[in-house]
Ligand binder design. Structure first.
Ligand SMILES: NC(=O)c1ccc[n+]([C@@H]2O[C@H](COP(=O)([O-])OP(=O)(O)OC[C@H]3O[C@@H](n4cnc5c(N)ncnc54)[C@H](OP(=O)(O)O)[C@@H]3O)[C@@H](O)[C@H]2O)c1
Length: 266
């Protein structure tokens, strides 16, 4: 009897909205994955994505309703992985959130919450999945163009994304021998639920969005292509490329001074 091929499996966090949903759709449509582990807190959103993926040909969708900032939920992900030992082809860490406002105004809890989700949870999920990723697999970490420069008015968020970029690049180097690619995705502003949760009405939001809105499907298509090519960073806009270049050639103190004069971070 012929051995059944094991499914190509993608584990996606933040799979109830925005970028995470688009990754699931494109990985299935592009034949990159046919089984999915979908993670977020809102079960009904995950149920409806699973139904859509299965109708489009996915072989199976596991739904994990988890709050990734809770240790007990990370433990249940660890237990489930140990129990089922999936062969993961893709890990997409898309769960993330930002809060616009000065650090002092946001207060310690809101600042810490961003670090718990964007940094601690991403590191924890990556660590839990590593034993299940084989040669030729891909890790995709959602960073941001905010990773390239400090950002007054969005300071904690930008710092968490700078962490994601640095961590992902070093991890890519560590995993080279195992032939696992790691790609930090650095989009500009996109129309997802992100800004609604970040404090949509502030002046800072308008200034960030004035950089130009990126289309989620383009960001994800570029990221999948760059991950498959083994690239460490995926930037999908000219503005993103320009900001990265500025962050490399100009002293950050000078750039922060110009940003202050332009009213960024008021
Ligand atoms: N949109 C932008 O302008 C933009 C720009 C650059 C980078 N990014 C980054 O791209 C990633 C995706 O953002 P998006 O635009 O798709 O935002 P989004 O539409 O708000 O999606 C965020 C996802 O994270 C999940 N999430 C939030 N808190 C969670 C928690 N405690 N535990 C588990 N899951 C949680 C949400 O699901 P539940 O609420 O159901 O838990 C949702 O699925 C983020 O890392 C973000 O920082 C976004």
């Amino acid at each position: 009897m012929q051995k059944k091929a094991s499914p190509r499996t993608a584990l996606i966090t933040g799979a109830s909205s925005g970028v995470g949903v688009e990754f699931a759709r494109q990985l299935l449509a592009g034949g990159q994955a046919d089984a999915f582990w979908l993670i977020a807190r809102r079960r009904e959103r995950l149920d409806s994505l699973a139904a859509e993926l299965e109708a489009a040909g996915a072989s199976s969708c596991r739904i994990l309703v988890l709050d990734l900032t809770r240790d007990e939920d990370l433990q249940s992900l660890s237990d489930r992985l140990a129990e089922e030992r999936p062969n993961l082809n893709w890990l997409v860490n898309s769960a993330g959130a930002g809060r616009i406002g000065h650090v002092a105004a946001l207060g310690p809890a809101a600042n810490r919450a961003q670090c718990r989700l964007n940094v601690e949870a991403l590191v924890a999920v990556t660590g839990l999945c590593l034993p299940h990723l084989g040669p030729g697999s891909h890790i995709v970490q959602l960073a941001s163009i905010a990773a390239f420069l400090p950002q007054p008015g969005f300071a904690t968020y930008a710092a968490t994304k700078a962490f994601v970029l640095s961590y992902s690049r070093a991890l890519a180097s560590e995993l080279r021998e195992r032939r696992i690619s790691v790609t930090a995705v650095c989009p500009g502003p996109m129309e997802t639920e992100f800004f609604r949760n970040a404090g949509e009405s502030s002046k800072t939001t308008g200034r960030i969005k004035s950089l130009g809105i990126e289309k989620v499907d383009h960001v994800v298509r570029t990221a999948i292509r760059r991950a498959r090519a083994g690239r460490q960073v995926s930037i999908s806009s000219l503005v993103g490329q320009a900001i990265r270049l500025i962050s490399r050639v100009l002293p950050h103190g000078f750039v922060l001074g110009v940003m202050r004069r332009l009213g960024f971070g008021d």
